[in-house]
Design a protein around this ligand. Structure first.
Ligand code: NAG
Ligand code: NAG
Ligand code: NAG
Ligand code: NAG
Ligand code: NAG
Ligand code: NAG
Ligand code: NAG
Ligand code: NAG
Ligand code: NAG
Length: 480
C-alpha cells in the first residue's frame, strides 16, 4: 500500500508468453476483484466526493485567482468528527480548498486538511507559542477524486503519519494533491505540481481563521509519492520561496532519476543484536476475520503510470499497452476505488495477464519521467533535507534512492542533505521505524539547532542499526 508508481521495479518480470484465450469468466474474475476492493475503499470513506458540496469548485475560483488563495475553510463539527472520521480524541480537524498550480503552470483548485493537537504548548518550542507548521505529503492513494485523504475516515495514513504528527504537537497541514478531491486533472507522481500543492497549502492556511495558531516557519515531511513531493517542495522553495520554509524529510521517495553518473555500490553493515534466542510464543493460530489482504502485485502502479503518461501526451493510447483483461481492469480503476481496488483487481494477475509488451512500456518511461520529475531531484535546495530509506524496501528500490541522494549531493555541493539508512524495514514500516529519527530532525529544524543539520558537501550516509533483530516487519493493521 501507499507506494509510488514504479515502472523500474516492474521491468524485471517474467518474459512474455502468449496469452491464453479469454472467456467471460476471466473478465468476471477482474470485476469481482475490483468490486471487493472498491467496497473496502468505500468503507474507509467518510465523505462522498461527488455528492459533497465542499468538493465542488466555487464561483470565486476564476482566471484571476492567485496560488495560495483560500476558497473554502471548514471545521469538522464534533458530531461528524466522531461519526465519520476515526481520528484520535483531542485533535481538531479542518478542511480547506485553495488555489494551487498544475503541471502546465495553470491555477487549479486543490483541497487539504489541517489537523491540530490539543494545545500549542504540546511541542514546547523554544521560539514560539504557536503550533509548529508541518506539511504532510502522502503516498500513493490512487488517481481518482475519491482517493483524497480528506475524504477518508483515517485521513489515509492515520497513525503512520498525520495522527502521530499531531499527537507529537505539530499542526499538520496536508494537501490532497489537486485532482484528488478537487475537480481537476490529477497527474500521478508529478513533482512540481505536488510541490505547489504543498507550498500553497501553507500560504492558504495563513489566510484562514486559524492562521494565528500556526508558526510562520514550516517544514515538510512525506512518504513514497509524498517523499518525492517533499523533495520537490524543498527544491521549489529554492526557486519560488513562499516564505518561512525551514527544511524537509523525504521518506522512501518515489523519485526515479538517472541524474547520478557514479557508482551505486553500498556495503551493507552486519546487524546482530547479541540477544540469546528467546522462546517463540506458542499461542494457537489466530482466527483472522476478515481475511488478510490479497497478494499485492503492485501491477496497478504500472496502470496508474500509463494513465499518467497518456494524460500528458495525447498520442499515447493506454489500450495499446493493455491486454483485453488489462483494459477491463484499467477502465474499472478509472471509476474509483483507489489503491485498494487496484490491489484486489490485480492480486491474482501476472504482468502478461494485463500488459502487452515490456519494451513498449519501457519506451514511455524516459519522456514521462522528464515531464513529471524534471531535474531528476538534483537541484538546489531551499533548506536542509533528511532522506530516510530502508535497504529492504519492497516497493521503492534502495538503489533508486541512493542514486537520487548521491545525484543531488554530487550536483549541488552546497546542499545540506543527509541520508539515513535502515535495514529490514518494509516500505510502510520505515515510517514507523524511523519516527524518533525524523521527529528529532524536525525539532532541530524548528529550534534552528544547526549542529544537527546535514553538513553541506559531506554527502553523509548514516546506517541506523536496529536494537533487536526480531521486530515486526509486516504492515498488518487496518483502521476502520
Ligand atoms: C484469487 O484467486 C483465489 C484462488 O483462485 C481466490 O480464492 C480469490 O478470491 C482470488 N482473489 C481475488 C481478489 O479475486
Ligand atoms: C456518491 O454520490 C453520487 C451522487 O452524487 C452517487 O451517484 C454515488 O453512488 C455515491 N457514491 C457512493 C460510493 O456512495
Ligand atoms: C471565496 O468565497 C468564499 C465564500 O464566500 C470566501 O470565504 C473566500 O474567502 C473567497 N475566496 C476568495 C479568494 O475570494
Ligand atoms: C512552469 O513555470 C516554471 C517556473 O517559472 C518553469 O520552470 C516551467 O518550465 C514552467 N512549466 C511549464 C510547463 O510551462
Ligand atoms: C558480516 O558477517 C559475515 C559473517 O560473520 C562476515 O563474513 C562479513 O565479513 C561481515 N561483513 C561486514 C561488512 O562486516
Ligand atoms: C508522445 O508520445 C509519442 C508516442 O509515444 C512520442 O512519439 C512523442 O515523442 C511523445 N511526445 C512527447 C513530448 O513526449
Ligand atoms: C558526473 O556528474 C558530475 C556532476 O553532475 C560531473 O561533474 C562529472 O563530470 C560527471 N562524470 C561523468 C563521468 O560523466
Ligand atoms: C524565532 O523567532 C524569531 C523572532 O520572532 C523569528 O525571526 C525567527 O524566524 C524564529 N525562528 C524559528 C526557527 O522559528
Ligand atoms: C539559525 O542559526 C544560524 C546560525 O546559528 C543563523 O545564521 C540563522 O540566522 C538562524 N536562523 C533562524 C531562522 O533563526
Amino acid at each position: 500500500m501507499r507506494v509510488g508508481g514504479i515502472i523500474t521495479a516492474l521491468l524485471a518480470l517474467a518474459p512474455l508468453v502468449a496469452s491464453a484465450p479469454l472467456t467471460r469468466r476471466h473478465y468476471q474474475e477482474v470485476i469481482d476483484g475490483y468490486e471487493i476492493g472498491a467496497d473496502i475503499w468505500k468503507r474507509h470513506t467518510a465523505v462522498n466526493v461527488t455528492a459533497a458540496e465542499f468538493y465542488k469548485t466555487p464561483a470565486n475560483f476564476t482566471k484571476s485567482s492567485k496560488p495560495g488563495d483560500l476558497l473554502k475553510f471548514e471545521q469538522i463539527s464534533r458530531a461528524p468528527l466522531d461519526l465519520q472520521y476515526a481520528i484520535p480524541p483531542s485533535l481538531t480537524l479542518y478542511r480547506m480548498m485553495y488555489v494551487s498550480v498544475d503541471i502546465n503552470n495553470l491555477t487549479v483548485p486543490a483541497t487539504g486538511f489541517i489537523l491540530l493537537p490539543f494545545t500549542p504548548a504540546a511541542k514546547g518550542l523554544k521560539n514560539s507559542s504557536a503550533y509548529p507548521t508541518l506539511v504532510w505529503t502522502h503516498g500513493t492513494a490512487g488517481v481518482t477524486r475519491d482517493c483524497a485523504p480528506t475524504l477518508l475516515r483515517g485521513l489515509y495514513y492515520d497513525f503512520e503519519g498525520p495522527f502521530e504528527f499531531a499527537l507529537e504537537g505539530y499542526a499538520v497541514v496536508a494537501p490532497d494533491y489537486a485532482g484528488l478531491g478537487s475537480d481537476t486533472r490529477f497527474d500521478y507522481v508529478a513533482g512540481p505540481p505536488h510541490a505547489d500543492d504543498a507550498s500553497y497549502s501553507v500560504v492558504a492556511a495563513r489566510k484562514s481563521p486559524i492562521a494565528h495558531l500556526l508558526t510562520y516557519e514550516w517544514a515538510v515531511i512525506g512518504h513514497s509519492e509524498g517523499g518525492m513531493a517533499a523533495w520537490f517542495t524543498n527544491e521549489a522553495e529554492h526557486v519560488r520561496p513562499v516564505g518561512g520554509f525551514i527544511g524537509s524529510v523525504s521518506v522512501a521517495p518515489a523519485l526515479f532519476t538517472s541524474a547520478y553518473n557514479g557508482s551505486l555500490d553500498y556495503t551493507r553493515p552486519n546487524v546482530s543484536d547479541g540477544i540469546a534466542p528467546v522462546v517463540p510464543a506458542s499461542d494457537p493460530p489466530p482466527n483472522i476475520d476478515p481475511p488478510p489482504a490479497p497478494l499485492d502485485t503492485g501491477l496497478y502502479y504500472l496502470m496508474f503510470s500509463i494513465q499518467s503518461a497518456a494524460r500528458l501526451n495525447k498520442s499515447i493510447i493506454p489500450e495499446n499497452y493493455l491486454t483485453e483483461k488489462g483494459k477491463v481492469a484499467y477502465h474499472l480503476l478509472e471509476q474509483g476505488g483507489c489503491y485498494i481496488a487496484g490491489q484486489y483487481t490485480t492480486s491474482n494477475m501476472t504482468f502478461e495477464d494485463l500488459f502487452t509488451s515490456n519494451d513498449a512500456i519501457e519506451a514511455l518511461r524516459g519522456p514521462w519521467l522528464a515531464r513529471i520529475q524534471p531535474g531528476g531531484g538534483a537541484r538546489k535546495l531551499g533548506g536542509p533535507m533528511l532522506v530516510i530509506q530502508s535497504i529492504d524496501d519492497e516497493a521503492v528500490s534502495f538503489p533508486a534512492v541512493l542514486s537520487a541522494f548521491r545525484g543531488n549531493c554530487q550536483a549541488q555541493p552546497e546542499n545540506q542533505i543527509g541520508l539515513h539508512l535502515y535495514s529490514e524495514l518494509t516500505h510502510d514500516g520505515t515510517m514507523f521505524g524511523s519516527k524518533y529519527d525524523y521527529v528529532n530532525f524536525l525539532d532541530a529544524l524548528f529550534n534552528n539547532h544547526t549542529a544537527a543539520f546535514p553538513v553541506a558537501g559531506k554527502c553523509e550516509e548514516t546506517f541506523i542499526p536496529s536494537g533487536t533483530t526480531s521486530f515486526k516487519t509486516y504492515f498488518s493493521y487496518e483502521l476502520n
